[in-house]
Design a protein around this ligand. Structure first.
Ligand code: HSE
Length: 372
């Protein structure tokens, strides 16, 4: 049988790089005939050594080349999706469109892909001839993987999620800016040595002054993130939520195709971690469930979730962005009954927002298509 033709767009950005690494390390290219597209360098060689691949970059805006593909997988971003997707479909493209950008997520014809949670939804969409499969918001996907067991058993009445989101969620330039901000401050206050504890209060005043210095690097974030946090992510909605906060409920319910939506709401906060998003969760269960049953449901749901004992040492070792960065595990800990009542559960979870938060659901969708 001939191999499916896979076209990849947007391999140079952060999500694209993480995705290409995963595809190569898992040997995924052996299953496809791959073409790599570029928005700016058509006709030149791409930098990868790939099995079954055309070595020359194709034009990512050429509908005829795109139309030859069975699958287009794009991490190029929302502007590209807006420019190309509709026109490509109107021109008769019947292949699968797998996309990391949010542009098409809430379209009726789109499925948000997170197969450890909604493989049944994906499979029924495939039977239904749906062709647009879109990666979810990273925070939502990571929260759902952590709580998969509670969603699967329909145990959740509502969730309040307070997030601690890494700089990577805003983009590569923002990560770079975070480093520059840290350097701007520490180079200055430590220029005569780094043992500052005796004068730490005056050093703190100096840090505050530096954060508002006209040459402080903040063109991307617009504000200091280093030595600070930013409790607003994405645009303002009229109801007082940020757009990032709005996504939690609408996307989670779309992922699960719930008949009775589960309310999810909270405050999304940017912090100075590099690439792992964390979330503090208050979960209202539909009924009182013993803690050991809750822990089993969580830990047995999928191979990536890692239940961390609610103990100080384990928590500080395993339930951090530092531990989770660069790996596919989804640690969840601080799981306990809250003093609010027997059906209120506290939890804290961390996930790599470039892996499970972005690239991995797209990569796994390729395998679902191979099996289909
Ligand atoms: N919107 C997320 C963030 C990243 O800003 O952290 C992409 O899902």
């Amino acid at each position: 049988m001939s191999k499916m033709k896979l076209g990849i767009v947007g391999w140079r950005g952060m999500v694209g790089q993480v995705l290409m690494d995963r595809l190569m390390s898992e040997g995924d290219f052996s299953h496809f005939e791959t073409s790599i597209f570029s928005t700016s360098q058509k006709g030149t060689h791409h930098p990868f050594t790939l099995i079954n691949s055309n070595p020359i970059l194709l034009d990512a805006y050429d509908l005829n080349s795109l139309k030859q593909m069975d699958i287009i997988l794009t991490c190029q971003g929302g502007d590209y999706t807006s420019k190309v997707h509709r026109e490509l479909r109107s021109s008769g493209f019947k292949g699968y469109w797998i996309d990391a950008a949010s542009t098409l997520r809430m379209e009726d014809k789109s499925v948000i892909i997170l197969d450890p949670i909604n493989k049944h939804v994906i499979e029924s969409a495939l039977k239904n001839q749906q062709k647009d499969f879109i990666g979810g918001n990273c925070t939502v996907s990571l929260m759902m993987l952590a709580l998969g067991g509670l969603f699967a058993s329909d145990s959740i009445e509502w969730i309040s999620s307070m997030t601690y989101q890494a700089a990577s969620g805003a983009g590569a330039r923002h990560m770079n800016e975070l480093l520059k901000q840290m350097k701007f401050v520490t180079d200055d206050v430590m220029k005569e040595g780094d043992n500052l504890s005796d004068k730490i209060l005056s050093v703190e005043k100096k840090v505050k002054t530096l954060l508002s210095d006209p040459s402080f690097p903040s063109e991307n974030f617009g504000h200091p993130l280093a030595f600070n946090l930013l409790p607003w992510i994405d645009s303002e909605l009229e109801n007082g939520q940020s757009k990032e906060e709005w996504k939690a409920s609408v996307e989670a319910n779309k992922i699960l195709q719930t008949k009775n939506p589960i309310a999810i709401d909270g405050t999304c906060v940017r912090i100075s971690a590099m690439r792992c998003h964390s979330q503090a969760l208050t979960i209202k269960l539909k009924k009182d469930i013993p803690l050991n049953e809750i822990e089993s449901m969580i830990s047995e749901h999928n191979p990536w979730v890692k239940l961390v004992a609610n103990k100080k040492a384990e928590t500080l070792q395993y339930l951090t962005p530092e531990f989770t960065s660069g790996n596919l595990q989804i640690p969840i800990g601080r799981v306990r009954k809250m003093n609010l009542g027997p059906s209120f559960i506290n939890a804290f979870t961390v996930g790599d927002q470039l892996l499970w938060g972005a690239a991995e659901p797209l990569r796994r969708m390729l395998h679902i298509l191979l099996e289909y």
